[in-house]
Design a protein around this ligand. Sequence first.
Ligand SMILES: NC(=O)c1ccc[n+]([C@@H]2O[C@H](COP(=O)([O-])OP(=O)(O)OC[C@H]3O[C@@H](n4cnc5c(N)ncnc54)[C@H](OP(=O)(O)O)[C@@H]3O)[C@@H](O)[C@H]2O)c1
Length: 291
Amino acid sequence: MKTLLFGANGQVGTELQRLWQGGELVSVPRSQCDLWDPEALRRTIRQCAPAVILNAAAYTAVDRAETETEACFASNAIAPGVMAEEAEKLGALLVHYSTDYVFDGEKNAPYTEADAVNPQNQYGRSKVAGEQAIQATGTRYLIFRTSWVFSPSGTNFVKTMLRLAGERDRLRVVSDQVGAPTSAAAIARATARVCRKDEIATGLYHMTAEGSVAWSGLAEEIFRQAKFERAPVVEPIGTAEYPTPAKRPKNSRLSNDKFATTFGFRLPEWREELAETLATLLPAPATKSAK
Ligand SMILES: NC(=O)c1ccc[n+]([C@@H]2O[C@H](COP(=O)([O-])OP(=O)(O)OC[C@H]3O[C@@H](n4cnc5c(N)ncnc54)[C@H](OP(=O)(O)O)[C@@H]3O)[C@@H](O)[C@H]2O)c1
């Protein structure tokens, strides 16, 4: 089965390359095919003629998207629609990733796929538009909404905390935004597992790690697992004390029940995946040499 991967150098794309087990995987870097160029996208997909398209490419700079709105929508809204049109012509399956930021975060329970979207920032709006552009075609699709992605590669909260641990004694971290930190490896493993099924129940699914935590709790758990001799003290603060250009939802928790019922498994709990990522990022503890 031939599979075409966009966004191969991103967090999820890197792990898809590492963990994919579904036959031939063709990766297209941005230098060969830019999401902003619909004709290049169409040409690339037609020439490859894949059975599956994995779209791990996206404009993910949430704060910059408030001003670079056109670029954000070109990548996150228009490009997925073009991929879906081409997938439909080929009879291919399109696998696409979306986000917890499609919701406003005001619900007091995990969001389900049936909940109405109400994005609060341009990135979230562009991801909703991308979902809708895919759904407007008749193509077979899997849209996986995930959250708070981390991995050994790229830029993410886990790596930022490790860097700051070496620079600061105290860290002020937001404690009133709650979500499920989800490793790119877990996303890639789950995607590969679903795509290996003979009969795939296509549609929109929430797919995050099990459990949830606030950003401040995640920071504390990173330092606990990292076993630093002198970890910074985490000072919990409210969102209002850490203003950002893009507004973020307070409740980012997504219910994975539809995914679990349909595919018969859940992603691991976030602490487990954090441990795996930290094992890659941190030097191995010194072992006594055998005499
Ligand atoms: N990161 C999160 O916390 C998070 C949370 C929820 C959902 N998601 C979704 O999960 C998916 C994967 O996210 P991620 O964290 O893996 O993203 P990422 O690390 O930022 O990687 C994005 C990838 O897209 C590529 N890309 C960006 N603009 C492009 C363009 N104009 N043309 C071609 N390629 C372009 C990048 O290429 P370069 O390597 O060349 O820059 C990179 O390979 C995305 O759909 C994202 O919206 C992410």
